[in-house]
Design a protein around this ligand. Structure first.
Ligand SMILES: [Zn+2]
Length: 246
């Protein structure tokens, strides 16, 4: 009888190259191109990403943009309550979605909370980091996609697939928010609902008029064949993609 061979060592895990924490600092608004920007955070810390606001279109964004999950919005105080309120807001308009994609989901904190309101919905998660794979392993999401919504292979695979697509503070974090919005509508089926949470984390729920959303967001959604269902002062935008949408 041959001697048992030594157990083979597991294949080496390829090293993951470190991701840069921040993208380049911007001098112009990623939404409208205006250069009239104002830092929203009181204390600008060198080497840190701060919230900036465009004086022309009111888009609020992280400058420089984040390229890793170091400051994922799920880590912000009040995220749980915000997630519950967002889930209820969708429940009132779309009570039984079959499929839902949470974009920039991180550890899938939102699907974990939303599941209580939507027990029959299949939640998928997309994130540039591998955290989403861990979220799938613990069954917070059913399918996990590593990448960005604007990646061509993601767009091709997920086209018109979802009843609901949610973006929590995602438009603030990406270098091209218009492209992100287009990509979100691309993976939404006609009649599906888009949830965009763009609230300023310093003002979680009390939003003075005109400061909650980029002025261009509603116009952009309308131009892309969507009906905006929420009022201008709501802390999030919910829009329905009409069947006639391009
Ligand atoms: Zn702007």
């Amino acid at each position: 009888m041959p001697a048992p061979s030594a157990p083979s060592a597991p294949p080496p895990v390829p090293p993951v190259p470190p991701m840069p924490l921040y993208g380049p600092h911007r001098e112009d608004c990623p939404w409208c191109g205006s250069r009239r920007l104002r830092a929203r955070s009181r204390r600008a810390v060198p080497g840190r990403s701060v919230l900036a606001r465009c004086r022309d279109c009111r888009h609020v964004f992280r400058n420089p943009s984040l390229t890793s999950a170091t400051e994922h919005p799920s880590g912000l105080a009040g995220a749980g309550l915000r997630h519950r309120l967002a889930a209820r807001a969708i429940l009132a308009r779309c009570p039984e979605p079959e499929s839902w994609l949470d974009v920039g989901t991180g550890d899938a904190d939102f699907p974990r909370i939303a599941r209580a309101y939507f027990p029959y919905t299949s939640f998928d998660g997309l994130d540039p980091t591998h955290r989403v794979l861990r979220a799938r392993a613990v069954e917070r999401v059913e399918e996990a996609f590593v990448g960005r919504l604007t990646d061509p292979h993601i767009a091709a695979r997920l086209r018109a697939r979802y009843d609901v697509v949610s973006l929590f503070q995602q438009l603030e974090r990406v270098p091209d928010p218009r492209a992100e919005l287009r990509a979100a509508l691309h993976v939404l089926r006609p009649g599906g609902h888009l949830l965009v949470d763009v609230a300023d984390p310093r003002r979680l729920f009390v939003l003075p008029p005109g400061t909650s959303h980029p002025a261009g967001l509603r116009a952009e959604l309308a131009a892309r064949g969507c009906t905006v269902l929420t009022g201008g002062r709501a802390p999030r935008v919910i829009a329905r993609k009409e069947a006639s949408a391009p």
